[in-house]
Design a protein around this ligand. Structure first.
Ligand SMILES: [Zn+2]
Length: 267
């Protein structure tokens, strides 16, 4: 079996429930790392025994954690205006910071969770600022950074400008950047803050999470920017089966692995 320094998202088929079958299939397909994306949009709090079990599965499979998608859950939301919800959201992010450190990762990816303004101005983000302030000591102590995923670029600029790179960085999501049409230009301007990548494709009309090279993302241009950025880790894919038309998981992962190898060569 061929193996390579490549990362695959754990939620390529499902994002809740027992993750172990997916970890085994990802490892069997030859990937060296996983992007932990289970429970990425829920209020699920991982208990210590669950984190220990996941550590045991990763070890058994021989795959490492590259980074982890944290959650601003529907109720526990770090950017919520209601203080009790915001504080619960901080506890939820803290849970993911601890989990990431325990599993050997260094980055937790978060969505800002604040709607863009139609006039393109920076939306109010005081609750998010309060949450980032509260989380900074723990993140530093654990040696885990937070990466904000691209959504609203004006907000992203404002938040990244307010915190140092050894605490807060950028996760570039290739799908989001292709849908908004300005992602690559924005990334090029912020590439010194890039610490995580979510690579997947779409036709430009919606966030379809398809495999690289199946849509309209300019992979040559993107890989050139990543190559000259602060990002130092391996290719990391956040593609999902649901829009690909491949029913067999092994076949899907083999196709993902080949796409990942092609991207690695471009880096
Ligand atoms: Zn993403």
């Amino acid at each position: 079996m061929e193996t390579a320094r490549l990362s695959m998202t754990t939620d390529y088929a499902a994002s809740t429930g027992d993750p172990s079958p997916y970890l085994r299939r990802i490892a069997h397909a030859g990937f060296s790392h996983v992007h932990w994306c289970h429970q990425w949009n829920t209020d699920f709090v991982y208990a210590p025994c669950e984190i220990a079990q996941i550590a045991a599965w990763l070890k058994e499979c021989g795959v490492a954690l590259l980074d982890l998608h944290g959650s601003n859950g529907p109720e526990k939301d770090w950017a919520a205006a209601e203080e009790y919800r915001r504080r619960a959201g901080v506890a939820l992010v803290a849970n993911r910071l601890e989990m990431t450190a325990r599993l050997g990762g260094q980055v937790v990816i978060m969505h800002a969770g604040i709607a863009a303004r139609p006039d393109g101005a920076v939306p109010a983000w005081e609750p998010l600022q309060q949450s980032l302030d509260e989380l900074q000591p723990q993140a530093r102590q654990l040696g885990v950074r937070i990466a904000l995923e691209n959504g609203d670029w004006p907000l992203l600029h404002a938040v990244l400008d307010a915190y140092p790179p050894d605490y807060l960085g950028l996760c570039y999501d290739a799908g989001h950047g292709n849908v908004d049409g300005v992602g690559l230009a924005q990334l090029a301007a912020m590439k010194e803050r890039l610490i995580s990548i979510h690579l997947h494709d779409n036709d430009g009309t919606a966030d379809q999470h398809r495999l690289p090279f199946t849509g309209t993302v300019d992979w040559g241009r993107l890989m050139t920017i990543v190559r000259t950025s602060a990002y130092e880790k391996c290719i990391s894919m956040e593609s999902a089966m649901r829009h690909e038309g491949i029913a067999n998981e092994e076949e899907y992962l083999a196709t993902a692995f080949a796409a990942g190898r092609r991207l690695s060569a471009m880096l």
